[in-house]
Every structure is written in C-alpha cells, then in structure tokens.
Design a protein around this ligand. Structure first.
Ligand code: F3S
Ligand code: F3S
Length: 105
C-alpha cells in the first residue's frame, strides 16, 4: 500500500484524490489517509502531491514510521467503505495526529 505522512497535515491539497482510480484516499480533520486494503498500489497519487507527503510503504522515511499505523488506525471504526467520496470528511484522525501543533505555514 501507499502511505500519507506528516507533510499532508494541515495542508490537505487534495490533488491526490483526483488521481486515485479506486477512491481510497479518505479525508480526516488534519490530513488524508490511504485505505491500506483498498489501495491497489497504482502509484498515481504519489507524484501529484505538491508537498511530497505520499510514499510507497517501503520507501517511507523512517522519521514518519508512525504514519503507516496512522493510515491503518484511521479506519478502525470506518472499516472498508469501498469509496471515500460517499464517506466525506470524518474526525477519526489518530490521537497523535490530532495532538500535533499546527503545521504548514
Ligand atoms: Fe495531502 Fe498531498 Fe493529498 S497534501 S491531500 S497527500 S495531495
Ligand atoms: Fe490510489 Fe494512490 Fe493507491 S492513487 S490506488 S491510493 S497508490
């Protein structure tokens, strides 16, 4: 799967959403999250993110290791809805992300 990491926090450019053929990039309150089971590894989202927040899981910089789990935990309650557009923005951001100081500019 692909993983969204810290550069997305408070930026939420959403260019990635337009690229995903399976609509598996879901919106939280501080950042977006890729559903680890719904992502088909097409990779289309990765180059379009203006802040380079998206990585193939094996290429995720070590300092952002926690984001692999964050992209899993976001879906604890949501499960596998099979499409982000019908879900919309939800407040399931993991606690450590909710607790981050304001990011970006
Ligand atoms: Fe975030 Fe980049 Fe998408 S900032 S919303 S991962 S285009
Ligand atoms: Fe979608 Fe990106 Fe995965 S475009 S299928 S989330 S690699």
């Amino acid at each position: 799967t692909y993983v969204i990491a810290e550069p997305c926090v408070d930026v939420i450019d959403k260019a990635c959403i337009e690229e995903c053929p399976v609509d598996c990039i879901y919106e939280g309150s501080r950042m977006l999250y890729i559903h680890p089971d719904e992502c088909v590894d097409c990779g289309a989202c990765e180059p379009v993110c203006p802040v380079e927040a998206i990585f193939y899981e094996d290429d995720l910089p070590e300092k952002w290791n926690d984001y692999t789990q964050a992209n899993v935990d976001f879906f604890d309650e949501l499960g596998s809805p099979g499409g982000a557009s019908k879900v919309g923005a939800t407040d399931h951001d993991p606690a450590f992300i909710k607790a981050l100081p304001p990011q970006g500019e």
